[in-house]
Ligand binder design. Structure first.
Ligand SMILES: *[C@@H]1O[C@H](CO)[C@@H](O)[C@H](O)[C@H]1NC(C)=O
Length: 231
């Protein structure tokens, strides 16, 4: 008997709860404007969806670099040509000093004022046809002191490059110009009257070799970039 009552009591409580719950639901549905319910549902969705953390996309900086230069330094980028169709590029403080518009086969040179960062002179010397080694020497000698001198090969930069010209380029700080060979890509950041720290990566060379050539007969383009001090 006692047992019976307990079960009945439970049934009564449960039924009461169900009915109360149902009425409460009905009541709230009438009282609350629908948008509140939608808002609540949205909130639940937002909680349950774990959003990936928004990482801002990396921004291209001066001369297409991924990082900015410290105050008082210039950004630069030098890219060699690639085969006979991809032009070399020289960028300084976000200005394309040399590119498709003025580059040519051979050795391309841009001189920049190390104090203002402005281009002083740009020239290209064909090292395959004609005798332009002497003109290259004269061009370098004319560059005023306190300049950065940026160089990049395009297509072929070695055939008619004479020892005197190599010596002149060495005077600007090059150590690899003596190794230049047929269709090798070579890029260099030199200076006149400005000291570039010795640990600075300022020169690169890539020889033509069937094993790794990117273009038939020519190696892939090479590049250096970085920041240099304002003088
Ligand atoms: C380099 O720039 C500085 C500062 O603008 C200027 O005073 C100087 O005359 C320039 N030098 C050359 C050689 O143009």
């Amino acid at each position: 008997m006692r047992y019976q009552i307990t079960v009945n009591t439970r049934i009564v409580i449960m039924t009461t709860c169900c009915i109360t719950g149902w009425f409460l639901g009905q009541f709230l549905a009438h009282v609350l404007p629908p948008k509140h319910i939608i808002a609540v549902v949205k909130d639940i969705k937002q909680v349950s969806v774990i959003k990936p953390k928004a990482v801002p996309p990396p921004k291209r900086q001066k001369c297409n670099r991924w990082s900015t230069c410290p105050n008082g330094e210039f950004a630069f980028q030098i890219m060699s040509g690639g085969g006979t169709k991809r032009f070399p590029k020289i960028c300084f403080e976000d200005y394309i000093i040399l590119g498709e518009m003025n580059a040519g086969r051979g050795i391309n040179i841009a001189a920049v004022n190390a104090s203002s960062g402005k281009a002083i002179d740009v020239a290209t010397f064909d090292m395959w046809s004609g005798d332009n080694s002497e003109a290259l020497v004269k061009f370098i000698q004319k560059i005023p002191s306190s300049s950065y001198v940026l160089m990049a090969t395009f297509d072929e930069g070695s055939t008619n490059l004479k020892p005197q010209a190599k010596k002149e380029i060495e005077n600007l700080g090059s150590t690899l110009i003596n190794k230049i060979a047929f269709r090798a890509n070579w890029i260099f950041l030199g200076a006149k009257g400005v000291t570039i720290p010795s640990e600075f990566k300022k020169e690169k060379i890539l020889f033509a070799n069937q094993k790794w050539n990117k273009y038939p007969g020519w190696p892939s383009e090479i590049q250096i970039d970085g920041c240099v001090g304002r003088r």
